[in-house]
Design a protein around this ligand. Structure first.
Ligand code: ADP
Length: 151
């Protein structure tokens, strides 16, 4: 053999990968920020998806690059349009939780044809956003698999 984990099959390693082991830090904006400021935030934090939260920091929406591009077509004043007008909103948000298997979350990204999932903590009042899981995180997990098994 040549793998570092001779006792563990690659499928076992895969099934044991959790969202929390690969998630990134979420970037959130409030519902009342303008489309203009959301675009600035996206560049500043170098992310492709922003999560929108209310005053209680509970998840209310998602903003993708294309959502912001679409809102930028035409001659509207982008500083005057709040993001809650254009975001994809709850309850239509696909999410995951930190102890879920990474494979399950990856299925959700592909099935819904989206780039990112908020990692949420389910609370009685709503969802607290605690992470961000993107296709990049899945690619990193894929690489870590090849490294740990010396493929
Ligand atoms: P882009 O549109 O920039 O290619 P996505 O494919 O992630 O990025 O987004 C496509 C659409 O799906 C957008 O309208 C976006 O608001 C929505 N969307 C993105 N992520 C989610 C999610 N986790 N749950 C529900 N809708 C989402």
């Amino acid at each position: 053999y040549s793998g570092k984990k001779p006792g563990q099959d690659i499928t076992d390693t895969m099934n044991n990968m959790k969202v929390k082991d690969f998630q990134s830090i979420p970037v959130v904006v409030r519902e009342d920020v303008s489309v203009y400021d959301a675009i600035s935030q996206m560049f500043l934090d170098d992310v492709g998806t922003l999560f929108v939260v209310d005053q209680k920091s509970l998840l209310t929406g998602v903003l993708s690059r294309k959502d912001l591009l679409r809102a930028s077509l035409g001659n509207q004043d982008l500083t005057a349009i709040p993001v809650h007008i254009i975001m994809t909103r709850m309850p239509n948000i696909t999410y995951c939780v930190k102890n879920e298997s990474l494979i399950q979350a990856a299925h959700r990204l592909i099935n819904q044809q989206i780039d990112a999932l908020p990692v949420v903590d389910e609370q009685p009042e709503g969802f607290k956003v605690i992470g961000r899981l993107t296709k990049t995180n899945i690619t990193r997990a894929f690489l870590s698999l090849s490294e740990s098994h010396e493929l």
